[in-house]
Design a protein around this ligand. Structure first.
Ligand SMILES: Cc1cc2nc3c(=O)[nH]c(=O)nc-3n(C[C@H](O)[C@H](O)[C@H](O)COP(=O)(O)O)c2cc1C
Length: 157
């Protein structure tokens, strides 16, 4: 990314492997810019459930700790034109804040925030479906898109 990054940024990372391509991308970006990486895979984020009957759930704590940052940088591999299961759970679970009037003010805090994307795939460019999923979702939530950095690998999925 060829722009000056905000100090108050955080990388929100997930991958099916700890020492893989997305990890390398996220960690090198974090070192260059001296920012923190949150690994979603370290937390329990059960899939969205209408009943809200979540057990052993870290989602609310993770989400609310991220509200301290102005710029969210999502780091994800492309898995079948989409993100990881854990990142998708994180995104789906934001719906919990839409379902509950008491939680809505925290969701509205996103409207002042920005987001970017770090992606890894075997293709030279990130598939449009993948990029649009992030852009449309976080745009809908009121966040401003800043930048996208993509790295490709030669391995074939
Ligand atoms: C389950 C799976 C699905 C994948 N789907 C795609 C895909 O749709 N398009 C693509 O270009 N690469 C795809 N790949 C390749 C990965 O995106 C690529 O190897 C990436 O660098 C992996 O990052 P990681 O080491 O963090 O897992 C896939 C890999 C896996 C394991």
């Amino acid at each position: 990314m060829q722009y000056k990054i905000k100090k108050n940024s955080v990388i929100i990372y997930s991958s099916a492997r700890r020492e893989g391509n997305t990890s390398a991308h996220a960690n090198s970006y974090a070192e260059q810019n001296d920012i923190r990486v949150i690994c979603l895979d370290d937390y329990k984020i059960p899939p969205y459930c209408y009943s809200k009957n979540y057990k052993n759930d870290d989602f609310y704590t993770v989400f609310e700790s991220l509200l301290d940052y102005e710029h969210w940088i999502f780091a994800s591999p492309v898995y079948w034109y989409n993100t990881t299961v854990q990142m998708k759970s994180f995104i789906d679970r934001i719906t919990d804040y839409m379902d509950d009037e008491n939680l809505k003010p925290k969701l509205r805090a996103l409207r002042t925030k920005e987001f970017s994307l770090l992606s890894n795939a075997s293709s030279f460019e990130a598939p449009d479906a993948f990029v649009q999923m992030f852009k449309q979702t976080f745009g809908y939530l009121g966040m401003r898109f800043v930048n996208h950095s993509h790295k490709n690998t030669q391995s074939v999925a």
